[in-house]
Design a protein around this ligand. Structure first.
Ligand SMILES: [Zn+2]
Length: 491
């Protein structure tokens, strides 16, 4: 099986090849049970398309506007060394002779599922029995997910942090169909080189061809091909000649995989503390928004389980500057801004919410974006800003109950619950308002957002009032809060 030639991609119409997905007129839908795997598959397919097509920005514009033909695909295939995409070797550097590999159930590669080897890996939301056998085709996306998306800490002492940092948020462009989505997340090598500031002799070989050596993996020496599939483990997936129904994609298979073996690499990427302290530098991972601080660059991660992506969405697409740090959108958003296409698109924000070794939540939110990102990004900023202002106002209103003489933890709990309801409710409202981002003027959108979100904040506040109407001290505090909340909005 070769990942550039053979069918390994699970869709609702069976397994198809990358060539079929990119060149056919059929609008295939991916079929993976976990949205985390689905997200990893979009990243993997766009990265494969990048190394196959190796487009310039101009060529990529062409593919996005007129599509890719079978002949074009085959011509590109003839120009690269496809042996590195054979199933047995793709993203798998051999376990060194004589070394003892850690083994584990395949379950561990679906990081929403508790596997219990690390002391603080717990509290997840799927049952272990849900994934205990997968088809050989799905091992590729699980392996990719391990290297790019799963936090090393989820694996305890045998865990490693990959090139983009563990548990990072991903932002992807989502087009009108799967074909456009993959092309829109394909990386133009000329534009990437201008932005990534790599050394001229940066290594382009894949790590399963030539694994990295030394203590430190310097970012500027890692070429685009090498970095897109950068490894953090030697790994192997033993295949058994036993038929199965795959727990990840649902298709039947003659062979099955239920375990994997791994040994972590010894060096450090610039995404880790060791790497940052030794100035390894941040490799510009195309799907990762990042925070630049005085002491280095960090991947943007989700905060806690009450966090919702809308609160940070404008920093993911527009960026944000504060005194101490600046948040930069992922490269892929920046690339799309170069007038890549004029059709309406969405932005997909996905990832795990990790707390030490545990995964406590998942993000998979789709936002509408203006067709011209260059001109209209400010509209998004205004909608998000209106939401954050309401959130702040609700918080100030609820703060009034801290002065009534009750235990801080008790009133803190009341406030936290109300704030969580607001951010969750606002998630849907913001996504809905942004559906009109192309059709409506900025001022209208902002007004609509302010009105809807203010009504939501007020309704949550009244619920708290109703609940505590017989508790006089709290009720009095809430009356003061009500005044703050209802003050005429002056901005
Ligand atoms: Zn499968």
């Amino acid at each position: 099986m070769n990942l550039l030639k053979d069918p390994f991609i699970s869709t609702t119409q069976g397994r198809v090849s990358l060539k079929t997905l990119l060149t056919s007129e059929v609008d295939y839908q991916l079929q993976y049970y976990f949205d985390e795997t689905q997200l990893a598959m979009l990243q993997l397919l766009s990265s494969l398309t990048t190394v196959l097509l190796k487009p310039t920005l101009e060529e990529l514009k062409g593919y996005l506007n007129t599509g890719l033909t079978e002949e074009q695909y085959d011509a590109k295939l003839g120009r690269i060394d496809i042996q590195w995409f054979e199933a047995e070797c793709f993203m798998r550097s051999a376990i060194p002779n004589g070394s003892k590999a850690a083994d584990g159930p395949i379950t561990k590669l679906v990081s929403g599922i508790e596997c219990g080897s690390s002391p603080n890996a717990l509290g997840l939301f799927s049952e272990v029995e849900q994934v205990d056998v997968v088809c050989p085709s799905c091992t590729h996306v699980l392996n990719y997910n391990l290297h790019m998306n799963i936090k090393g800490e989820c694996f305890g002492p045998t865990g490693a942090t990959g090139i983009r940092g563990g548990g990072a948020i991903s932002t992807l462009i989502s087009g009108k169909n799967i074909k456009t989505t993959i092309l829109a997340n394909t990386i133009a090598f000329d534009f990437f080189e201008r932005n990534a500031q790599l050394d001229k002799d940066a290594d382009q070989r894949f790590m399963w061809d030539s694994p990295p050596t030394g203590e430190l993996y310097q970012a500027q020496k890692i070429g685009l091909n090498r970095g897109l599939f950068a490894l953090a483990y030697h790994i192997d997936f033993p295949v058994e000649d036993k038929a199965c129904v795959c727990d990840v994609c649902g298709h039947t298979s003659e062979q099955s995989v239920s375990t994997f073996l791994r040994i972590k690499y010894k060096g450090h990427y610039g995404s880790t503390k060791n790497g940052r302290d030794s100035h390894a530098g941040w490799w510009l991972h195309p799907y990762t928004p990042r925070t630049v601080k005085e002491d280095g660059t960090y991947a943007v991660c989700a905060r806690d389980q009450n966090w919702q992506s809308w609160q940070e969405f404008s920093s993911y697409v527009v960026g944000k500057e504060t005194d101490k740090a600046s948040v930069k959108p992922a490269y892929i958003i920046h690339q799309y801004q170069q007038n890549l296409s004029t059709c309406a698109i969405n932005c997909l924000v996905g990832g795990n919410i990790a707390d030490q070794g545990s995964i406590v939540g998942r993000v998979y939110d789709l936002y509408s974006m203006p067709s011209s990102l260059n001109k209209n990004l400010g509209k998004i900023d205004q909608v998000i800003d209106a939401g954050l202002k309401q959130k702040d106002r609700l918080s100030q209103a609820l703060n009034k109950i801290f002065g009534v003489g009750y235990d801080k933890n008790f009133v803190g709990g009341i406030k936290e619950q109300a704030m969580t309801s607001f951010t969750a409710m606002a998630q849907q409202t913001v996504q809905q308002i942004l559906l009109d981002v192309d059709r409506k003027e900025a001022s209208k959108l902002r007004k609509e957002a302010a009105e809807k979100l203010s009504a939501e904040a007020k309704s949550i506040f009244s619920e708290v009032q109703r609940k505590y109407q017989h508790d006089l001290p709290l009720f009095k505090g809430l009356v003061k809060g009500e005044y703050v909340l209802h003050k005429v909005n002056t901005n």
